[in-house]
Design a protein around this ligand. Structure first.
Ligand code: UD1
Length: 430
């Protein structure tokens, strides 16, 4: 087991390079299976969710060759079916993309029901609705989801009842080779939806409209291997912007797509950041004392739910009272107790949090309750008086590449330490 030891009080200074987008990578890696030849992926983030997916690909029979730390050749031609029922599948939410991929490539798939961060109920009814509309039979038995296209998938007109990132991508994956035309309405518009569509189009798919409310797909008979570079991670960029503002530092954030960060940048300016945007980088400093604000999370281009914990740390130290209304997940505020332990005034009622800013946070032992909450605890530790211990590092590793290294190079006092596992300690004594 490991912990992060964070000593507060040092403003961040310097330059940080943002890696490839986790939520694009976790869809694009499974999608390589649909190609009739090898794919080359570049700008792949070094995070544990990617390692799990690469393990799944290899266990299925793919040849995965790392060309460098961030680029891979994946040759899936030897994969013969898409049955993923082991623990790896349950370790991450995105394993559900193998349902759409398997339907498209083999006409059927079975995947152990996905896990991921506990952010509240995470149903997949909209994924199954799309598969069924395309003509597949679906079944869930003992925690395994089965999908079967029978004599083949047929294009359909699908209107999603709610806007879902995962269901939009899964429907695209299943429909690219379905016979005829598919129209997906009320779809998610996140940058990674566009990235997955661009990758599929590079493989020979015919997808239009990704990034708008309506996606139109003409089925193609086959997909070829492609070389593709994954977009920068807007949430990782947002996290470093938040860390720079929170500590009152001055940081250049490199390798970003400013368009994907518009909402985050505008809300950061509102709470006191000065942000100068360049072509593929930005520079962020703190212009004034932190000011309270109200924010509501929404699907893209709204304020992203995955930035709520990091933004809460800023609001915890802002002058005045802020209200966050969470529009996506019922369990987003699980970290509230942890921030309270650090002295924040943070009241939660269902999907609404009321935060009254305090002058300074105090160090405390805290836990990462999920991926983004883990990053937020580290940011809080960077601002707090004293030394904060953050446990649950494995959550942070799921989605942040070299978080400790990147923060340290910006001058943060953060260390990763091994803590003895109580069971093996006892065994050693015995
Ligand atoms: C993705 C992101 C996650 C982010 C979330 C919202 C990945 C791997 N993860 O998660 O980081 O927080 O988008 O931006 O990309 N829902 C249903 N039925 C469904 C599917 C979803 O009711 O079939 C609900 C969910 O419970 C949630 C909302 O729809 O309330 C949005 O979920 P969705 O966009 O699907 O999130 P994920 O794709 O799981």
């Amino acid at each position: 087991m490991e912990k992060l030891i964070v000593t507060g009080g040092r403003p961040l200074h310097g330059t940080v390079d943002i890696g490839g987008a986790k939520n694009a990578a976790v869809a694009i890696i499974p999608a390589t299976l649909m190609a009739d030849g090898p794919c080359v992926l570049e700008n792949v983030p070094v995070i544990s969710d990617v390692s799990i997916l690469m393990d799944i690909m290899q266990e299925m029979g793919a040849e995965v060759h790392a060309m460098s730390s961030h680029s891979y050749v994946i040759d899936s031609r030897d994969i013969k079916n898409c049955e993923i029922q082991d623990e790896n599948a349950r370790r991450m939410r995105a394993s559900y993309y193998y349902l759409g991929v398997g339907l498209s490539k083999f006409g059927k798939a079975s995947v152990a029901l996905p896990g991921g961060c506990d952010l509240g109920a995470r149903p997949i009814d909209q994924h199954l609705k799309a598969f069924e509309a395309l003509g597949a039979k679906t079944d869930v038995d003992q925690g395994i989801v089965y999908v079967d296209a029978g004599s083949g998938l047929k294009g359909a007109h699908i209107f999603f009842d709610i806007v879902s990132v995962g269901a939009t991508i899964n429907a695209m994956l299943a429909a690219v080779k379905a016979e005829g035309r598919t129209i997906l309405e009320n779809v998610a518009k996140e940058p990674h939806i566009v990235d997955v569509a661009n990758f599929l189009n590079k493989m020979g798919a015919d997808i239009r409209g990704a990034g708008t409310d309506v996606i139109k797909i003409r089925g193609v008979s086959s997909l070829k291997g492609a070389q593709y570079s994954i977009i920068p991670d807007q949430i990782e960029a947002g996290t470093f912007i938040a860390a720079a503002v929170a500590t009152g530092g001055n940081v250049k954030v490199n390798n970003i797509t400013p368009k994907h960060l518009e909402t985050i940048i505008s809300r950061m300016r509102e709470v006191g950041a000065e942000i100068l945007v360049d072509e593929d980088s930005l520079t962020v400093t703190r212009k004034s004392v932190l000011c309270a604000t109200n924010v509501r999370t929404m699907p893209h281009p709204g304020f992203p739910t995955d930035m709520v914990p990091q933004f809460s740390v800023l609001l915890s130290m802002a002058e005045g009272t802020s209200i966050i209304t969470e529009g996506i997940w019922s369990n987003r505020f699980r970290y509230a107790d942890e921030l309270r332990r650090m002295g924040a005034s943070f009241t939660v009622d269902g999907k609404i949090a009321v935060i009254s800013g305090v002058e300074r946070l105090q160090a405390a032992p805290v836990m990462s309750t999920d991926l983004r909450a883990g990053a937020a605890m580290v940011i809080a530790g960077l601002c707090a008086q004293g030394t904060t211990e953050v446990s649950g590092v494995e959550y942070i590793d799921r989605g942040y590449e070299d978080f400790v290294g990147k923060l340290s190079r910006l001058g943060a006092d953060v260390k990763r330490i091994q803590i003895p596992d109580p069971v093996s300690e006892l065994a050693a004594i015995g």
